[in-house]
Design a protein around this ligand. Structure first.
Ligand SMILES: Cc1cc2nc3c(=O)[nH]c(=O)nc-3n(C[C@H](O)[C@H](O)[C@H](O)COP(=O)(O)O)c2cc1C
Length: 213
């Protein structure tokens, strides 16, 4: 079983990447082969609305016809992955722009415009989504529809999905250097020490579950 994780944060060693690495550790503990792909390292765009993936009898029906750095990766997901994990910080209330662009290319080609919508993805795989954000669990309802909609899409296209949230994350190397009076640096540091390790454990457990066939 191969498990591929996608980092939708530009930061390769911060909250999102750390949780994705933990999830992959959990998957590796089950014997899975793992890979972490940083979306910000890739040259790609979101969907360009060419509809090749929806063209009746077309050679790209059910596949993304755009050729760029995502081309081989999307083929790898279809042909090799037994599970995928998407990880993203919340940027202005949704997953980051890179993650949104990636999701357009990953999901839309498989999503039919039938009633009800169906999936053209050729098999069932396990999927997970990890979100990290500044807001607290109580404030998450602000973005609630976004999470529910993504869960619905991932479940519909790939067969199953689960979601992990990491709230109130530690955002800056040094809080004294930024204008961010809204945050209490001590409270943030305490949460990073007390709660973030628990989020890491949850990510590890998620990886363990996703790596099971
Ligand atoms: C451009 C930008 C927009 C953000 N918007 C939000 C937001 O709308 N809500 C929120 O809770 N956090 C927001 N954040 C904070 C990040 O989601 C949070 O710090 C996240 O854990 C960062 O992930 P990383 O450490 O993996 O880079 C924003 C951060 C940036 C850089």
């Amino acid at each position: 079983m191969k498990v591929i994780a996608f980092n939708g944060s530009p930061r390769k060693k911060w909250n999102t990447a750390t949780l994705l690495n933990k999830a992959l550790e959990g998957a590796a503990a089950q014997g899975a082969e793992t890979e972490l792909i940083h979306l910000y390292d890739l040259n790609f765009k979101g969907c360009v609305s060419c509809f090749s993936c929806k063209t009746r009898g077309g050679k790209s029906y059910g596949k993304c016809a755009v050729k760029d750095d995502l081309t081989t990766i999307l083929a790898q997901v279809e042909e090799e992955a037994g599970a995928i994990i998407l990880g993203s910080p919340i940027y202005l209330g949704t997953a980051s722009g890179e993650m949104r662009s990636f999701m357009e290319r990953l999901i839309f080609p498989y999503l039919t415009y039938t009633d009800p919508p169906q999936s053209l993805f050729p098999k069932k795989i396990n999927t997970g989504f990890i979100y990290t954000m500044n807001v607290t669990e109580e404030q998450k309802e602000l973005f609630g529809q976004h999470f529910i909609f993504n869960e619905m899409l991932m479940g519909l296209i790939f067969g199953s999905t689960e979601t992990l949230f990491s709230f109130d994350t530690y955002q800056f190397e040094d809080y004294s250097k930024v204008v961010a009076d809204r945050f209490d640096p001590e409270q943030k540091a305490q949460r990073r020490n007390d709660v973030f390790p628990k989020d890491c454990e949850k990510a590890f457990d998620m990886g363990t579950r996703l790596a099971k066939q």
